[in-house]
Ligand binder design. Structure first.
Ligand code: ADP
Length: 581
C-alpha cells in the first residue's frame, strides 16, 4: 500500500496563522516588547557617554569618574531590565507553545481514521515528534530573539542616525548585499526544509513499517528490499540536507562580510570626516560603537530567520494535519429509535475502484445477522461502514426511524452510544484499569464499573492496578490476551451501544479461553442488535438471518433455512463446508 502523505499548509496559511499567534496575547506581548525596548534604550546611552569621554580626554577636561560611574549605572540597569525582558518572553513563548501543542493534538484526534490509515503512521509520528520539536525551538528561541533583535536593532539604528546622518551613512554600505542574499536565500530555504522534513517522514515511515511487519518481512524474505528502500530514503534525505547546506554556505560568508564591513567603513569614513571637520570626535566614536552594536541584532535576525524558516516549514506540516477534510460533520439531529439501515452504499479505498457496489441492508433491532462470503468480498469494509468508522463514498448508513440520521453526522461520542465495532485489536492504554474503562463512559462510578466487570467474567487485577505497556511499580499488572479482550468487552458494555459489529472477535484465543470469552460476549450481546462477520461458517447457522456478501454486493439475505432452500451461493458454501446440506 503506497502511503499518501498528509497535506501541508501553504505559505499564506502559515503566515496568517503565525500573525494570529503573535498577537494572540497582546498584553503579554506589549509588556515583553516594552521591557526589551527599555533595556535597549538604556544600552544606547553608553556609546554617547564614551564619545563625550573621548572628546573630553582630548580637550583635557574630562570628568572620567563621573562618566565612568554613569556608564556603570546604565549597564546595571540594562542588565536588570534584560533579565526581566527575557523572563517575560520565555514565559510568553512557553504559553504559546503549550497552546500550539494542544491544538495539534486536537487536530490529530479529529483526523478521519481512513485518512490516517492511508497516510501511514510514520508521517504522523514524524510530525508529532520532529516537527513539534523544531517548532518548539523556533517559538522558544528564534521567535522571541528575532522580535527582540528587531526592537534593539531599530533603536540602535535610530541612535546612530541621531548621532549624525553623515557618520551614520557608512553603516549602510552592506545593506544591499544583505538584502540580495536574503532575497535569494529565503524562498529556496522553505522548499529545502520542507523537502528535508518529508525525507525524514519517509525514513520514519519505512522503519515503522519494517518493524511492524517484521514477521512478514522475514517470512517472505523481503529484507533485501526493505534495505534497498531504507538506503533510497537515506540517500534522498542526504540530498535534501546537502541542498540546505549549500544554501547556508552562500548565506553564512555573505552575512559575515555584511556584518563586519559597516564597522570598518564607519571608522574609516568617520576619521576622514573628522579630519576635514565634518564630524566631531564624539560623533565618530559613538557612531563606530553603534555600528559595532548593530552587528548582534542584525546577526540574530539573519540567522534566526533561517530557524524561523525551519519552524515555518514544521508549522506548515502541523497545520496541514488540520486541512484534511473531515469525514464527519455533526448535523445536530438526534436519531429516534435503534434501526440501522444501509442505502445504496458504495465505498472505495482508491479513487475509481469501488469495493462495495450499492449495498442495501436493513437491520432489525435485536436481531443477530451473520455476514458470510468469500475473502475479499467486502465484509469487513461493510462492517466498518455499518459501525460508522468510515463514511460511504455514496449512499448512507443511517440510524433511527423516518429515514434516520447518517452515522457520519453523529459526534463520535454519540456514535459510540449507538453502534460499535468489535475487532481483534484490543488496546490496553497506559494507566489504571479504572482509567481504561471510564474512557468508554466518562463519569461512570466504581459501582457501575464493578457491575460491568462482573458481566464480562473479569478475573484480572483490581481497578487501581496499573496496566498497559511499560507499567512498573508495586501496583503494575500484566493482562493476558484473554483479559485484554475482556477489558475491551467491558468498555463496550459501558459505552452501551444498541448495535454491535463483530469482526472475528474471538478467533485469536485458545479454545478454552474462547469458550469463557464467548460466555462474556453472550452477556454483552444480550438484547443488542449484532452483525457478526463470520469468516467461518458455523456462526451463520445460529444467527437469525444470514447476509451473503459477494464481490461488494449483498447477494442473498434470509434465515439459514431459507437460504439453504434457495440452493444458491450460501447453500453451496454450506455444502462445501459440511459435506451435506
Ligand atoms: P472481506 O472482509 O470480505 O475479506 P474486505 O472488506 O477486507 O473483504 O476487502 C474488500 C476489498 O477491499 C478487497 O478487494 C480488499 O483487497 C480491499 N481492501 C480492504 N482493505 C483495504 C485497504 N485498507 N486499502 C485498499 N484496499 C483494501
Amino acid at each position: 500500500m503506497s502511503a499518501e502523505a498528509l497535506p501541508v499548509a501553504t505559505p499564506a496559511q502559515v503566515r496568517t496563522y503565525a500573525r494570529r499567534l503573535i498577537v494572540r496575547h497582546p498584553r503579554a506581548l506589549a509588556g515583553v516588547l516594552a521591557l526589551h525596548a527599555l533595556a535597549a534604550a538604556t544600552g544606547l546611552v553608553t556609546p554617547r557617554l564614551l564619545g563625550e569621554l573621548v572628546e573630553g580626554v582630548r580637550d583635557g577636561h574630562a570628568a572620567i569618574d563621573a562618566v565612568g560611574l554613569a556608564i556603570a549605572g546604565f549597564v546595571t540597569v540594562q542588565a536588570v531590565l534584560t533579565r526581566y525582558a527575557y523572563f517575560a518572553s520565555a514565559r510568553l513563548g512557553e504559553r504559546v507553545l503549550a497552546e500550539l501543542r494542544e491544538e495539534f493534538v486536537d487536530r490529530v484526534l479529529a483526523l478521519p481514521l481512513s485518512r490516517v490509515e492511508r497516510a501511514g503512521t510514520g508521517d504522523l509520528v514524524t510530525r508529532a515528534s520532529r516537527d513539534v520539536d523544531t517548532l518548539a525551538s523556533s517559538v522558544r528561541y528564534a521567535l522571541p530573539e528575532t522580535l527582540v533583535a528587531v526592537v534593539v536593532g531599530g533603536f540602535t539604528a535610530g541612535a546612530l542616525l541621531l548621532t549624525g546622518p553623515l557618520v551614520a551613512l557608512p553603516a549602510l554600505v552592506t545593506a544591499p548585499l544583505l538584502w540580495a542574499v536574503m532575497r535569494w536565500y529565503l524562498p529556496r530555504a522553505r522548499g529545502g526544509y520542507l523537502r528535508e522534513n518529508a525525507a525524514w517522514s519517509r525514513i520514519a515511515a519505512g522503519l515503522t513499517e519494517t518493524v511492524q511487519g517484521a514477521r512478514t518481512v522475514e517470512a517472505l524474505g523481503l529484507a533485501g528490499r526493505r534495505h534497498a528502500r531504507g538506503d533510497a530514503d537515506i540517500a534522498e534525505s542526504y540530498r535534501a540536507e546537502r541542498y540546505t547546506l549549500r544554501l547556508r554556505m552562500v548565506l553564512l560568508p555573505a552575512a559575515e562580510l555584511g556584518l563586519v564591513l559597516p564597522v570598518v567603513a564607519t571608522l574609516v569614513t568617520g576619521g576622514f570626516l573628522y579630519i576635514h571637520g565634518h564630524a566631531s570626535l564624539a560623533q565618530v566614536t559613538a557612531a563606530t560603537l553603534y555600528a559595532q552594536q548593530l552587528i548582534e541584532p542584525v546577526d540574530i535576525v539573519l540567522f534566526r530567520l533561517d530557524e524561523l524558516q525551519l519552524g515555518g516549514a514544521s508549522l506548515a506540516r502541523l497545520l496541514g494535519v488540520g486541512h484534511v477534510p473531515p469525514d464527519r460533520a455533526a448535523g445536530g439531529r438526534v436519531p429516534e429509535g435503534e434501526r440501522l439501515t444501509a442505502r445504496g452504499v458504495r465505498y472505495s479505498y482508491r479513487p475509481g475502484q469501488d469495493v462495495l457496489h450499492g449495498v442495501d441492508l436493513d437491520l432489525r433491532p435485536g436481531e443477530r445477522l451473520a455476514m458470510v462470503g468469500p475473502s475479499g468480498a467486502g465484509k469487513s469494509t461493510l462492517g466498518r461502514l455499518l459501525a460508522g468508522v468510515d463514511g460511504p463514498r455514496a449512499g448512507a448508513v443511517t440510524v433511527g426511524a423516518d429515514g434516520g440520521v447518517p452515522l457520519v453526522e453523529l459526534p463520535l461520542d454519540d456514535l459510540r452510544g449507538h453502534v460499535a465495532l468489535v475487532t481483534q485489536e484490543h488496546h490496553v492504554f497506559q494507566g489504571t484499569l479504572r482509567e481504561n474503562l471510564v474512557m468508554a463512559r466518562p463519569g461512570a462510578s466504581d459501582a457501575e464499573i464493578a457491575q460491568v466487570l462482573e458481566a464480562v467474567d473479569w478475573d484480572g487485577p483490581g481497578l487501581d492496578a496499573r496496566v498497559g505497556a511499560g507499567a512498573t511499580g508495586a501496583d503494575a499488572a500484566t493482562l493476558s490476551p484473554a483479559q485484554a479482550q475482556q477489558l475491551a468487552l467491558a468498555r463496550l458494555v459501558l459505552a452501551d451501544p444498541h448495535t454491535l459489529v463483530l469482526d472475528e472477535a474471538t478467533s485469536l484465543l485458545d479454545p478454552r479461553a474462547a469458550r469463557r470469552l464467548e460466555r462474556s460476549l453472550a452477556a454483552v450481546l444480550d438484547g443488542r442488535t449484532v452483525v457478526a462477520i463470520a469468516h467461518r461458517l458455523h456462526t451463520a447457522h445460529d444467527a437469525d438471518r444470514v447476509a451473503v456478501v459477494e464481490d461488494g454486493r449483498v447477494t442473498e439475505l434470509g434465515t439459514h433455512d431459507e437460504l439453504i432452500a434457495r440452493e444458491g451461493s450460501y447453500a453451496a458454501l454450506w455444502a462445501s463446508w459440511h459435506g451435506t446440506p
